[in-house]
Design a protein around this ligand. Structure first.
Ligand code: HEC
Length: 174
């Protein structure tokens, strides 16, 4: 190899090395700034959280004799009128609405939802007054902690039922 070839080879290797180093540096930099943000965003998405809760929930459901099992979707007995089934599908009062709908997020307190029974989390919200709580629950609400979906995501609930569920949760946190 001539001296000139030697020189070319050295310079070429150095340039290649520098380019590889720059690539690795940019990759690590992007991971450092972007990686955390993506994870945070995904972890705080209430819809995703609810979907995950739905997927990991136990396979079987327990119906207890003498208690209200309306939250379980049990096939109606043969011959039951279709109309009666539809009517029965709607929870009857605030507590039932809470158990069927709101507890998904407010039970464990996921995705920024104030946990039911957590006085510290509820005190400032209760202080807003019932009308605001009703409005936020019926129309939905984007707060600093997360997204409260309109009617907890159950569009068929009446205003009255949602209000009763709010009253129920507020009573738990007093
Ligand atoms: C998908 C999850 C989810 C479900 C289901 C859900 N909530 Fe919420 N809720 C939230 C989150 C998150 C917040 C907090 C929003 C914030 O302050 O950033 C919240 C806040 C609230 C608040 C406080 C609003 C305020 O002004 O501070 C009330 C009241 C409430 N929910 C009632 C209900 C009722 C009633 C139901 C059932 C019908 C329900 N929620 C179902 C996620 C949920």
């Amino acid at each position: 190899m001539s001296k000139q070839d030697d020189h070319f080879f050295n310079v070429f290797s150095a340039v290649l090395g520098i380019l590889v180093a720059i690539t690795l540096f940019l990759f690590v930099l992007a991971k450092f700034f972007g990686g955390g943000m993506t994870r945070q965003h995904v972890a705080s998405d209430p819809i995703l959280q609810a979907e995950v809760a739905e997927r990991v929930r136990g396979f079987g459901q327990l119906a207890i004799a003498g208690q209200d099992n309306s939250a379980l979707s049990i096939a109606p007995p043969p011959g039951a009128a279709a109309a009666a089934t539809t009517a029965a599908a709607l929870p009857a009062n605030g507590e039932e609405v809470y158990r069927a709908v709101c507890t998904v997020c407010h039970g464990p307190g996921i995705a920024g939802a104030p946990k039911s029974g957590d006085r510290a989390a509820w005190a400032p919200r209760i202080a807003q007054g019932n009308e605001i709580l009703y409005k936020h629950s019926i129309e939905g609400f984007q707060g600093s902690a997360g997204v409260m979906p309109a009617r907890g995501g159950r569009a068929d609930l009446t205003d009255e039922l949602v209000k009763e569920a709010v009253d129920y949760m507020v009573a738990q946190a007093r």
